[in-house]
Structures are given as structure tokens and as C-alpha cells.
Design a protein around this ligand. Structure first.
Ligand code: T1G
Length: 682
């Protein structure tokens, strides 16, 4: 694309109009930066021009720096230098912001003399979400505009400020209606030309605000001790109080480059693109021929209710179907009670609750699924139940309806075989709680049609979910990999590790909760029932269940929960039980060091991910990472298991797995021979 395509230059009488035109989000690529510099320079030299308006085509004003350029050598003009160049112009520049101005896009607007915004516009500095700080003067210009404390909150939260709030803060000078935006911007530009430029770089800081800022900074440092970007933002804003503008910008740039080259930012940028890449499915159109408009959910239990709420929250009419009137009434109560929790928390208004409830009709009998474009079965995890429901649904549902099962591990090929329309059957594996977790594993069979997939993926995205397409195998992708970790948890407990040690290792790694505490919270009896159904053993977990220790719900599991406490405490009874199981199994207990515990928790999952990729169950390594980031809370600053494997090095992982297989005699730890080839599969 030639430089002039990505930036267009026009004029309104004596005002030059420079328009960003780099679809889809006006990212400030090298071509855009070069064209902007040329256009500003040209306008500044043109005697017929009094002022400049910076506008943008498309729904996004500017999404900031082109993140895909960060792993390449920087090319001049760098964004900070372009904004410094704008400071040297004789003529003022006014930003006409009709959409989101984010990151470098917001900094570009801050380098203008004024900003006019439409009601749908927004201003944000989300660099913190990429493990960065604003690196084009934002940490110096924004505090000068709205004060250090407000700027600190905006940069460390990373959330945009909508136009009205931006006006109140002083980021936006005026709000314009979309059709008047350019004209009003031109008028303001002329006004500023008459009054003199309003360079933020020339403004001083209110030193009296420093104590308030320091107070907020201290809280943030404690809360985010592992996020270097937070410390960098604080340090750079602190510079705005004392160091001169240019020197502070140089220091900001040094901090930015250090973060950009760090593993944390690399992982966060990887995650940003991985989430977007997972939306592209080979052979499947991003836009279906016939979008899903109405939905029926079979089963009003925890999952069915959560799924129905997800659709109602997104504005879809939903029929939630139970077997009888009592079941339908119970489902209605469950949904109402769940919404009430959000109302009590203040995250949902009473009228929103009423509106959302009104979108769900609670019915008894499968016939009520007749009008739905998409029917999602969320009934009991039993093949007999699935056979009955899908057999009857086939007769009841519209011929073109998509029939989805929410099963978390049953064979979707077999379920499709219960119908005469296998091309319209697939899995939608929601993660609990379904109205909160973004991940949906969309399970395609060998017969699922591209249109059925396209319709389902578009519907999932309309819910704000992150659908990832996976193939059919036991546990699909996430749970199949989790099973490898769970096996090692049980084996290490047998060999001498304790629940507290295992959980501490994984929480220090970055997970919010360890596997033993998670098991106690979910209920150990659930996986116990599945192991018995599939003939698999987990000696320690089985023994806990045989002793009636199901976890929090029974007051004891891996931990004890005195007086129904939610936080478990180490329980000598549980440790005694584990010692007895070790003796019974003939396993001599030993001390395991934390590194071994971590590697045996994480590396087998990575190994399973490689096998999954080799089998074609997942298309890309980054799809697996999206599943783990959004289904299992993998620490985002580590990118995902497959990204982490690339950072650690697959050869080292294979070597460690071999060593543990030797040491423990557990052949299941032997590494997959194609591990290295699969870890970075695109
Ligand atoms: N750079 C490169 N590509 C980008 C991009 C960016 N900044 N933003 C989006 N894309 C791509 C995205 O990968 C996707 O590609 C397509 O555009 C549509 O995106 C110096 C250092 C703006 C709210 O963090 O938040 O500036 O999949 O699906 O849902 O201080 O994109 O089509 O091939 O997300 O309408 C800071 C990131 C950068 C904003 C639009 N900026 N972007 O959401 O579309 S660092 C950000 C977003 C920086 C300076 C610092 C969203 C959006 P593809 P999309 P959307």
C-alpha cells in the first residue's frame, strides 16, 4: 500500500484535513507514520493553510502502534519522534475523533492542540495490557492534561474513557455530532490558529499533586508486584513532576524498549494476536449465510442456565427447556437468583435484570425447541440421555437448525449419529460458569458442515465469547491436557508431595488456584464418578472419595474446611490417608523439590498439546493457548502452555520428561517424538 493510501490529504478552505486511512483500525505502521510526517510538513509550509485537522476513516480513530511491528527493528520515524515533530509545527492541529483513540492513537491525539470527539469516541491507553507503558509521550502529556492521579488510573487500568467522561476529564475539548465533526474541528483549528498553539509539552505540572499521586502509586505497587509495566508507568509519570519534558520522554522511551524486549510483554502481545487468530478457521466463512437469531437450551441445570443467560445477556431470545413444569420453574428461580447476585453487587441494574429475564422463556418439553435456529443440549453427561434427546430433537427441530451438545468429553461423532442430520451437529463446550467464562470449545465432527460451524462461531462471538474450533477426542483439548496434569498430581501425592506444596508451586507460577484446592471446590466426587465410568484409577483421589472426603461440600477433601470455611487448611488426616495409600501401593515416599513438582505439572500438558496438534484435534499451537488462557486461567503473562514451551525450549522439556520417566518408572511421561515440531505449529 503506497504511503498516500494510508493517509489522505484534503482541505476545507484554509484548513488542511489529514485523514488516517489504514484499515481495519488505522494502526500507526511505518507507512502511516511516514505519510503523517510528510502531510504535516507539507501543510505547515503551505501559506494558504492556517491550521490542520487530523481525522480518520473507519469505526476506529486509531488503535495505536502497529503491534505486529514490535518484533522487528524499529523504523524511523518512530512514533515519539513524529509527535515531537508535531510540536515543532507553526500551525495548530486539531484531532477529530469519531471512534476509539487507543495507545499511540490516543498519544497522537494528545500531541494535537485540541480534541473534538463524537459521542461514540473513546480515549484509552491499554499498553499495560500488553506489558508495556505508553511509549510516545503519553506518560508526560496526559498528566499535564488531566493530572497525575487520573492519568495513573487510566494507564494502569488500561480501560478507555468514553467521550462524555473524556470531556469531563479534559481530554476532549468538545463533543460534536458525527455529521458536524469535521466542520467543528476546522472551526476550532482556526480559533486556535488565532490564539496560539496549545502544546501540552509546554505545560508545567502541579507539584502539589505529587503526594496524592504517590499514595495511589504505593497501593498499585503492592497490588501488582510481578507487573514491571506498572512500576514503569509510575516511574515515568513521576518524571513528569521534575525532569524536563524531552528528558522525561527519553526516559519513557528507555523504559518502553526494556519492557518491549521482555518475556512478559512478548507473551501478552502473543496472546493478543492468538485470540484474534483463533477466529480464522480454514474453510469457514467469518460471516454465515444465515446467522443464528433464536436459541433453545435443553436442560436448566447450572450449565444450561448459564448458557441461556449468556444468550439473553447478548440480546437473543432463548427458550430454556426442562423435562417438566417443576423443572422449568426451578430453572427460572435459578436464573433469577443468579441475576440477583449481580444486582446486589451493583454490576447489573434491576431493570437490566428484568429485561434479560424477559428474553428467556422457561418451558417443559422438547417441542418448544421447534422454532430455534440453534439448539444447545446441556443435559446429564450420559450417552443414553444424549441418544434420547438428539433422537427426539431430530424430529422436532427445524430442518436447518444447528444441534449442539455441551458435553465436556463424550463422543460428539456418536451423538451426531443419533440424528439424520450429522452435518448440523457439533459440540459447544462452554466453561463453567457459562455466563462468565469467555471460552467455548466448538467441537467439529468429520461431518459438521462449514455453514453450521460459521453460524455457531458467529453466534458465540456475538455473545462476546472466544470460540476455538477443536476436533473430537476424549476431553477435546483443554480437559485432555488437564487430565495429564491431574495424573501427575495424584502420582506426586503418592510419592511424597503434599496438596499444599503442589498448590503453592502452581500459584507461584501464576495460576489463581492450585489443582488440589480447585478439586476440593468443584467436588472430588465428580471426577471420581468419571474415573469409575472409564476404568481409570487415581489412588489418592479415589481413597479420599472412598473416605467420603469430596472437598468443600463435605468439609474435607485434600484439605479440611473447619466450620464450613471456604479456605482449606492442611489436614493431618488427609496426609495420613496418603501415607497409607503409598504403603498399599508399595511406593516409597520421598521429598520432591518444587522444580520437579512444577515440571511434572506443566510439561506433560505441553506434551499432550503436541500430540493434540499432531492428531489435528487443534489447528494451531496458539489455539491451544487461547483455550488455556480463557478456560483454565493460565497466567496471561506466560502466554499459554505452548508459548511457554517455546520459551523454555522443547528439547529441555523432552529431556526432563525422559528423566522423570526413568526416575519414576512412569512410561506415560515419555515425551512425544514430535514435541519440538509441534510446539510452535501455526
Ligand atoms: N496493531 C496491529 N494490529 C491490530 C492492532 C494494533 N494496534 N489493533 C488491532 N489490530 C488488528 C487485529 O489483530 C485484527 O486483525 C484487526 O486489527 C481487527 O482487530 C506507542 C506502544 C481497536 C478495540 O492495545 O483493542 O500503541 O484478526 O478484531 O474487535 O504507546 O483491535 O483482522 O487479522 O480487535 O473491532 C496499543 C489493540 C498498541 C489496541 C478494535 N493499542 N486493539 O477491536 O477488532 S501499543 C491497543 C484493540 C501502542 C504506544 C503503544 C482492538 C480495537 P485480524 P479486532 P475490534
Amino acid at each position: 500500500m503506497s504511503a498516500m493510501d494510508v493517509v489522505k490529504v484534503g482541505r476545507q478552505d484554509d484548513v488542511a484535513v489529514v485523514t488516517l486511512n489504514n484499515a481495519p483500525v488505522n494502526a500507526l505502521s511505518h507507512a502511516v507514520r511516514s505519510a503523517l510526517q510528510a502531510a504535516f510538513h507539507e501543510a505547515d509550509r503551505d501559506d494558504a493553510i492556517r491550521a490542520i485537522v487530523l481525522a480518520a476513516n473507519g469505526k476506529v480513530f486509531c488503535a495505536g502502534a502497529d503491534i505486529s511491528e514490535f518484533d522487528q527493528p524499529p523504523r524511523a520515524p518512530l512514533l515519539p519522534d513524529l509527535l515531537a515533530f508535531m510540536d515543532t509545527l507553526a500551525k495548530p492541529v486539531v484531532a477529530a475523533v469519531g471512534g476509539a483513540a487507543l495507545g499511540g492513537g490516543c498519544e497522537l491525539a494528545l500531541a494535537c492542540d485540541a480534541r473534538i470527539a463524537t459521542p461514540s469516541a473513546g480515549f484509552g491507553l491499554p499498553e499495560v495490557k500488553l506489558g508495556l507503558l505508553p511509549g510516545a509521550g503519553g506518560t508526560q502529556r496526559l498528566p499535564r492534561l488531566i493530572g497525575a492521579a487520573a492519568a495513573l488510573e487510566m494507564m494502569t487500568g488500561g480501560e478507555p474513557r468514553k467521550a462524555e467522561e473524556a470531556l469531563a476529564l479534559g481530554i476532549a475539548d468538545r463533543i460534536a455530532t458525527p455529521q458536524d465533526l469535521l466542520a467543528e474541528a476546522a472551526a476550532l483549528a482556526r480559533q486556535v490558529a488565532g490564539e496560539g498553539r496549545r502544546r501540552l509539552s509546554a505545560r508545567g505540572m502541579d507539584a502539589g499533586a505529587l503526594p496524592g499521586f504517590e499514595e495511589k502509586a504505593a497501593v498499585l505497587v503492592n497490588k501488582h508486584e510481578d507487573a514491571d509495566e506498572i512500576a514503569a508507568i509510575i516511574a515515568s509519570i513521576r518524571n513528569s513532576f521534575g525532569t524536563d519534558f524531552a528528558a522525561a520522554c527519553r526516559e519513557e522511551q528507555a523504559l518502553f524498549q526494556k519492557l518491549r524486549q521482555g518475556a512478559r510483554s512478548k507473551a501478552l502481545r502473543y496472546a493478543f494476536f492468538a485470540e484474534r487468530r483463533s477466529a480464522h478457521v480454514e474453510g469457514v466463512s467469518p460471516k454465515p449465510e444465515k446467522p443464528i437469531e433464536t436459541v433453545a437450551v435443553i436442560g436448566g441445570g447450572t450449565m444450561g442456565s448459564g448458557i441461556a443467560m449468556s444468550f439473553a445477556n447478548a440480546g437473543f431470545p432463548v427458550t430454556l427447556i426442562e423435562t417438566d413444569e417443576e423443572g422449568a420453574a426451578r430453572a427460572q428461580e435459578r436464573v433469577g437468583a443468579t441475576y440477583d447476585i449481580s444486582v446486589r453487587r451493583g454490576s447489573l441494574s434491576a431493570e437490566d435484570k428484568t429485561q434479560r429475564m424477559a428474553r428467556i422463556s422457561f418451558k417443559a418439553g422438547l417441542d418448544h425447541a421447534a422454532g430455534a435456529d440453534l439448539v444447545i443440549e446441556a443435559a446429564f453427561e450420559d450417552m443414553g440421555v444424549k441418544r434420547d434427546i438428539f433422537g427426539r430433537l431430530d424430529a422436532v427441530a427445524r430442518p436447518d437448525a444447528v444441534l449442539a451438545t455441551n458435553t465436556s468429553y463424550l463422543d460428539v461423532e456418536a451423538i451426531a449419529g443419533f440424528t439424520a442430520r450429522p452435518q448440523q451437529v457439533l459440540g459447544m463446550h462452554f466453561f463453567s460458569p457459562a455466563n462468565v467464562m469467555r471460552l467455548v470449545e466448538v467441537v467439529r465432527t468429520g461431518k459438521t458442515s462449514p455453514e453450521a460451524l460459521a453460524r455457531t462461531l458467529a453466534a458465540a462471538r456475538a455473545l462476546g465469547k472466544l470460540p476455538v474450533v477443536v476436533g473430537v477426542c476424549h476431553g477435546f483439548v483443554g480437559n485432555r491436557m488437564l487430565a495429564r496434569r491431574s495424573e501427575q498430581v495424584d502420582r506426586m501425592l503418592l510419592e511424597g508431595a503434599t496438596p499444599a506444596q503442589i498448590d503453592a508451586v502452581l500459584t507461584r507460577f501464576g495460576f489463581r488456584m492450585g489443582p488440589c484446592a480447585m478439586g476440593d471446590m468443584a467436588g472430588l466426587d465428580i471426577s471420581w464418578r468419571m474415573r469409575k465410568a472409564t476404568g481409570r484409577r487415581a489412588p489418592v483421589a479415589d481413597a479420599l472419595c472412598e473416605a467420603g472426603r469430596f472437598g468443600q461440600k463435605t468439609g474435607a477433601g485434600y484439605y479440611a474446611y473447619p466450620q464450613g470455611a471456604r479456605q482449606g487448611v492442611e489436614d493431618p488426616e488427609a496426609l495420613k490417608l496418603m501415607e497409607a495409600v503409598s504403603a498399599r501401593e508399595g511406593v516409597a515416599r520421598r521429598i520432591l523439590d518444587d522444580q520437579e513438582v512444577l515440571e511434572r505439572l506443566v510439561y506433560p500438558m505441553i506434551d499432550e498439546g503436541a500430540r493434540i496438534l499432531a492428531e489435528g484435534i487443534a489447528a494451531r499451537a496458539s489455539d491451544i493457548d487461547v483455550i488455556w488462557l480463557h478456560g483454565y486461567n493460565w497466567p496471561r503473562g506466560l502466554g499459554g502452555p505452548m508459548h511457554y514451551a517455546g520459551e523454555v525450549g522443547p528439547d529441555l522439556i523432552a529431556e526432563r520428561l525422559d528423566a522423570y520417566a526413568e526416575q519414576t518408572g512412569d512410561a506415560s511421561l515419555r515425551p512425544f517424538e514430535r514435541l519440538g515440531e509441534m510446539v510452535g505449529k501455526k
